[in-house]
Structure formats: structure tokens, C-alpha cells
Write a protein that binds this ligand. Structure first.
Ligand code: SAM
Length: 282
């Protein structure tokens, strides 16, 4: 009998990946964890039934959530990653010469350990104990509450707004994020599919806009996420991605990101503008 893993993307839509083997199936203190080898995506991480990342297409997500905010900031010395337990965002962040320190805070130590064991490429910076990287196991919400004026860029690489990730999508959390940033800091968060999660995308944007002088949204293609069209919400105190000009040279190769995408990712289809601003801004 063929094995498979399924994400129930909505009550009416499933994504099922055939699996050549189920590598790990267990339960941590916080979530159900499944790791499977699949012909289409390679090795796949599933948390609480939601596809998180996979060996074959992870570069699309990790390069989008890391390089776009880091290249927007002219001098991103100190970076905080909330979540990101697989290590992909940390791996991309330490590649920037301008970055001096990366602190990663994930609530689930078991995700980190399993990623080290089963996703050696994605977790490379954690496995090799990269000198710029500090890994902490703890609640990102509590960590953010305590941090003040400390980071140039904050990357919220979280799971969906259910379970342990729920509190990472509140007005209070965005206020704490604002306070944790330096005076010209900026933050980004993965914020689901604009096609499938319109209300979530709208509500997050309204909250971020309420706190940050500049709120923007950008999109990327992520094959394993609902609809394949994913969005990221950005709150920034000073630097506006809509008037970006290259401020330093990229010194490493990428598979998804390039300087054209730094600009074009923020060009939104009208139905997405409608979610954010209503029909008036067409
Ligand atoms: N790329 C993924 C996606 O969008 O599906 C997310 C990757 S990463 C695996 C998400 C991580 O967020 C998980 O490892 C989970 O443990 C972590 N997480 C969830 N809630 C958290 C919280 N309150 N504080 C810190 N980390 C949290």
C-alpha cells in the first residue's frame, strides 16, 4: 500500500504527498511532528498536520523571508529570528557579511534536534555551530516582551496562527516587536496565503500599520503552502521597500532571490491590494 502525508489546507481542500517512507512520527511538548521522504518535495517536515519545509523547495521560502528584509536594511548587524527551528532562516542570515549576530528563539527544542538529524542541509548553521549564531529554546512571545532597542532586523519565521504560534499574530506582539527594534529597525513575518487566508492577512496588516510608520506586504511562490502563493508582512521604522536602491553588494549565490525580486515582490495584484486597503487604492 502506498504511504502518504496530507495537509488539510481548508475544510474543502487537501494536499497529499506520496511518501516513500515515513522517517519519524512523534509528539513533542508542543506539537505533532512528522518527517517523510516524498518523491515530489524530497524530505518534508510536517508540524501539527501543516507542511512546513522540504529539502527541494525550502530555498524559495528561506531566501524570501531572509534576504528581502536584510538587503532592505543598509547595516543589519544584529538579527533576531523567532521560530525557524529547522534552521533555514539562520543559515541564510549568517551569509550576510554585514550581519554580526543572529539570535534564534524557537519554542520547541525537539524540532531543532530533529532538523539537525534529518535535515542536515537546512540546519547547517545550527549543526556547525556557526560563530554568529546563538540558538535559544524558549517562547518567542516572552522573549520579545523583554527585548528593547536591540535588533536591526527581526524575522518571525513562525508556524500558523494556531497552537504555540497563535500569540505571534497579535497587536501586543507587534508592539513588543517595535520596541525590540532599534530606531531604524524593521521586521518581517510569514503571513499565509492572500488567496486562502484573506481575513488573517487583512487583520495582521491593519495591526502592523497601526504600530509601524511603514507597513508593506510582499509575495513569493512556495509550492508546499496553500495555493502556492504566500505572503510576508513587513513593518519598518525607516526604510521603505518601495523606494529601495541597492545599498551593498550581494557576495553569495542564491537560487530564488535576486535584485529584481527585491523590488518586484512588493508589486501586488489588485485583489491583494483590496485585502489590504479596500478597493479605493486600485
Ligand atoms: N516555514 C514554516 C512555515 O511557514 O510553515 C515555518 C518554519 S518553522 C519550523 C516554525 C517554527 O515556529 C516551529 O519550529 C515552531 O516550534 C516555532 N514556534 C511556534 N510558536 C512559537 C513561539 N511562540 N515561539 C517560538 N517559536 C515558535
Amino acid at each position: 500500500m502506498k504511504q502518504s502525508v496530507t495537509e488539510h489546507q481548508s475544510p474543502h481542500l487537501d494536499l497529499t504527498a506520496e511518501a516513500t517512507s515515513i522517517i519519524y512520527e512523534g509528539k513533542s511538548e508542543f506539537q505533532d511532528i512528522v518527517i517523510a521522504d516524498t518523491p515530489e518535495f524530497g524530505r518534508l517536515l510536517v508540524l501539527d498536520g501543516v507542511f512546513q519545509t522540504s529539502d527541494k523547495e525550502e530555498f524559495m521560502y528561506h531566501e524570501s523571508i531572509v534576504h528581502i528584509p536584510l538587503f532592505l536594511h543598509p547595516s543589519p548587524k544584529h538579527v533576531l529570528i523567532i521560530g525557524g527551528g529547522d534552521g533555514g532562516s539562520a543559515r541564510e542570515a549568517v551569509r550576510h557579511e554585514a550581519v554580526e549576530s543572529v539570535t534564534m528563539v524557537d519554542i520547541d527544542g525537539q524540532v531543532i534536534e530533529l532538523s539537525k538529524q534529518y535535515f542536515p542541509q537546512i540546519s547547517k548553521a545550527i549543526r556547525e555551530q556557526h560563530p554568529k549564531l546563538t540558538v535559544r529554546v524558549g517562547d518567542g512571545i516572552a522573549f520579545m516582551r523583554e527585548a528593547k532597542n536591540a535588533y536591526d532586523v527581526i524575522i518571525v519565521d513562525c508556524s500558523d496562527p494556531v497552537g504555540p504560534g497563535e500569540g505571534l499574530f497579535t497587536h501586543e506582539f507587534y508592539q513588543d516587536t517595535y520596541n525590540a527594534l532599534k530606531e531604524d529597525g524593521l521586521f518581517v513575518q510569514q503571513t499565509e496565503s492572500p488567496f486562502m487566508h484573506r481575513k488573517v492577512v487583512h487583520d495582521i496588516f491593519v495591526n502592523v500599520q497601526d504600530i509601524f510608520p511603514i507597513a508593506r506586504l510582499y509575495t513569493a511562490f512556495i509550492p508546499i503552502y496553500p495555493t502556492g502563493m504566500h505572503c510576508f508582512t513587513m513593518g519598518t521604522k525607516k526604510y521603505d521597500p518601495l523606494i529601495w536602491t541597492a545599498n551593498r553588494k550581494r557576495t553569495f549565490p542564491t537560487k530564488y532571490y535576486n535584485e529584481g525580486i527585491q523590488r518586484s515582490a512588493f508589486v501586488l495584484p489588485n485583489f491583494v491590494k483590496d485585502i489590504l486597503y479596500g478597493e479605493k487604492d486600485r
